[in-house]
Design a protein around this ligand. Structure first.
Ligand SMILES: Cc1cc2nc3c(=O)[nH]c(=O)nc-3n(C[C@H](O)[C@H](O)[C@H](O)COP(=O)(O)O)c2cc1C
Length: 290
């Protein structure tokens, strides 16, 4: 999604022209506007700009509903993706800062972008997520802690875990196999990290399965829209354990419409002797072997 950031001034204009938003406006300053989404008379979300007249770069949310902001999202480098999240613990002066940088993209962060651009993204929210502004505030209230934990996990991830998160967050990766003397490639999305092994899943009836059984050497590639990509060369090893099939089905429940652990078709492979390179146009590749 193309994100267009707007200035406080533009936001004010928009609010003025929208009777629904006008009703929610509780503060309208040079650097900040605040909205009362749940109608209790107290602002629960604010958009502000660190510098006068510039684009909105900070969103603050009152997650606990107590009239004070306890979650801040900052987009410091101005690329539309928040790079720090600041959580103010309820009832204390402690502040937890999660800095994740603009290189990471998650559903949460994308949501953050939408929030930071709420005034232009309202339509998008409604169409894509079927969410109103107040649904979004509720969603944040309920999920902020879990989402921040997810962010922290990605921040701390190294080695195979980092590769797992990359593929999981990319959602789709491309799996290349060898078919006789020809290359074959197709989109894949299944990914599971279990017991220190990175698994993918397919069906025995597929040509891809036959190719892997004849030649287990594969390459996988995926990219993110932050200018990074991953490339993994590996050997695939079949794991027929029922337990690992069940874990895959639990992790990706939509597979249950096509596969079951006992259908004699579902097939799990883990990557062995893998070399993954996370690349970008601006830095040396990060090479991870597992
Ligand atoms: C986004 C996306 C994700 C997919 N993920 C998988 C997957 O994880 N496993 C799988 O077997 N097929 C998956 N498919 C379907 C395969 O790409 C498709 O069955 C392909 O034809 C298999 O390759 P083959 O024809 O060489 O056997 C996915 C398709 C799409 C569009």
């Amino acid at each position: 999604m193309e994100v267009r950031r707007i200035s406080i001034r533009e936001a004010k204009k928009r609010i003025k022209n929208d009777p629904e938003l006008s009703k929610r406006l509780v503060r309208s300053g040079w650097r900040e506007i605040a909205l009362d989404l749940d109608g209790d008379g107290v602002a629960d979300v604010s958009f502000s700009s660190e510098s006068l007249g510039r684009k909105i770069d900070t969103m603050a949310v009152d997650l606990s509903g107590n009239g004070e902001y306890d979650l801040y999202l900052h987009d410091l480098d101005g690329n539309g993706i928040p790079d720090t999240v600041l959580v103010v613990e309820e009832g204390s002066d402690e502040r937890a800062v999660v800095a994740f940088g603009s290189k990471v993209e998650l559903g949460f962060i994308n949501l953050g972008v939408k929030i930071a651009n709420l005034l232009v993204a309202e339509e998008f929210l409604q169409e894509e997520l079927n969410m109103s502004l107040s649904d979004l505030a509720d969603y944040l209230r309920l999920n902020a802690a879990v989402m921040l934990m997810e962010l922290q996990k990605r921040q701390d991830a190294e080695g195979i875990e980092k590769v797992y998160y990359y593929l999981a967050d990319a959602k789709t990766y491309f799996l290349a196999t060898v078919d006789g003397n020809k290359p074959r490639v197709r989109p894949f999305g299944t990914i599971l990290l279990d017991d220190g092994k990175l698994y993918i899943q397919t069906g025995k009836v597929k040509a891809v399965s036959k190719q892997i059984s004849e030649n287990p050497f594969v390459e996988i590639s995926a990219c993110m829209n932050n200018g990074t990509w991953i490339r993994i060369e590996a050997e695939l090893v079949e794991d027929d354990s029922r337990d690992v099939k069940c874990k895959m089905l639990e992790q990706m429940p939509t597979l249950k419409a096509m596969y079951s652990a006992d259908d004699d078709n579902m097939q799990m492979f883990y990557l062995k002797n893998a070399t993954a390179s996370i690349c970008s146009f601006t830095a040396e590749p990060e090479v991870i072997t597992f």
